[in-house]
Structure formats: C-alpha cells, structure tokens
Design a protein around this ligand. Sequence first.
Ligand code: NDP
Length: 255
Amino acid sequence: MSSLFDLTDDVAVVTGGGRGIGRAIALELARAGACVVPTARTDAEIQSVVDEIEDDGGDAHAVTTDVTDAEDVARAIDETVDTFGSVDIVVNNAGINPDDGLGLPEDVSSEGFAKTVDVNLTGAFEVTSAAAAQLHENGGGSVINVASVGGLVGLPRQHPYVASKHGLVGLTKSIALDWAPDVRVNALAPGYVSTDLVEDLEENERLRQSVIDRTPLERFGAPEEIGGPAVFLASDAARYITGACLEVDGGWTSR
Ligand code: NDP
C-alpha cells in the first residue's frame, strides 16, 4: 500500500537548498523518496546536503546556480535532467532580505530594492520557466514557491522584501491558472523561522520577544517544520490544491 505522500520516482530541484529552510525541505523531500537537486551559489553547503541524503540511502546531486542568472538557471535544469532524467518538482526557496533593502522608502536605494526583487521574485520566475517543459512532460508536475507572511500582509521597514513576496504569491496564482490542470503551483508562507536570515532579529531581545508574543504557538518555527508542508504540497495528498498559499506561521497571520 503506497502513501499519498510518497515521492518515489520524482525529481525535485530546491533553490537555496544548502542551508536554512531550503536545506530542511531538500532533506524531507528525499525522505519522501524524491531524487533531490539542491542548488545555491555556495558549493560546500549544497554538497553537504547531498552527502547527508546519500548517507541516508537517498539520491541527490548538487548544482551550483545563481537564480538571478537566466543562462545559469537553464544550465542547472539541463544538468538535473542529464543526471536524473526529469524535473517533477521545483521549490523556489532562494531568498534574501539584505540590509540595503531595509528601512523607510526614502532610505532604501534603488539597488537594494532591485536586488531583493531579482532574487525573491524574478529568480523564481526564471527557474519555473526554465523547468516548464520538464514539469509538463510527464504530467503531474508541481511548483512550490516559498513566500512569507510578508507576502500576505505589510511589514514595517521591509518594503522591498514584502513587495517581492506579494509578487511571488501573485506569480503563484497566475501560473497556477496558466498551467492547470497539468502542473500545480502553490506557495508556502512561513512565519518567523530560526535561520541565518533572521539571526539579527533573534539576537535583539526586544524584537525576538515581540515575535513570540504575537505568535499564538509562542515560538519561532524550526526549518524542519517547513519540510513537511512542502512534501504535502508536492505530493498526491495535495492533488486538488493549486494556486493556494499555505501559512506555516504558528498562527501569526491569524491575529
Ligand atoms: P537563508 O539565508 O538561511 O538561506 C537562503 C538560501 O538562498 C541560501 O541557500 C542561499 O544560498 C540562497 N540564495 C540566496 N541568494 C541566491 C541566489 N542569488 N541564487 C541562488 N541561491 C541564492 O534563508 P532562509 O532559509 O531563512 O530562507 C529561505 C526562504 O524562506 C527565503 O525565500 C525566505 O524569504 C523565506 N522565508 C524565511 C523566513 C524566516 O523566518 N527564516 C520567513 C518567511 C519566509 P547562497 O547564498 O549559497 O546562494
């Protein structure tokens, strides 16, 4: 009897798969049976994910890629197909929230704004469109865009990040319409998850406590807690779900 969550025979590309949330998603997809291709710019991190998956008896292959470089992304998809024969699942997880994208609108440089949108939104578009033929070829392909609660509500002093994540939710819903019924496209909206991205916030006791106070489950999430929802959205258990944005935020957006 096979599980609805079984991803055996699927090949998954996970951008930003070397650390934090992407790493946890890559490991969980592998545990569900998928062949996993973690991608990022830092070789050592994605290779360590591959090593961990292979040590557990899974299949994985690291591909170094910058999601802001369309040619590089196309090469990464080709390398995935050369290695494992297809691309069935794309997880657009690579994301940044750089210091020069933080602040009031009058204080944020055009460069800081553009850089954030390039990675978080345009990068997801590039990877998704590069994988389009593969996602359609075998039928049943699935795209998961890692958005944020900042893709659903405003956050002060982070307008580039929030704009990019709202854009990513819009991209999700539009491509879901374009590619139905063959390929499902969904988003995940994590709340505050303990990774390098929120390290500065967690080190500031006042800010850390304000997140905890606002979160009904009274804590930050762990990266591993995003892996299960990603497997769910990629799997047959979610076969009637497309164009959705699943909040994984300890209840943060319910307040
Ligand atoms: P991390 O900073 O820990 O990881 C980010 C990943 O993205 C790294 O693997 C990094 O690898 C990769 N990356 C960054 N820029 C590029 C690029 N140009 N090309 C390819 N890969 C890139 O962040 P998180 O794990 O916290 O974040 C993962 C996703 O989850 C992001 O989209 C983030 O916005 C989202 N998110 C995070 C939340 C949190 O609280 N942590 C909350 C809500 C959403 P490298 O630098 O080697 O390229």
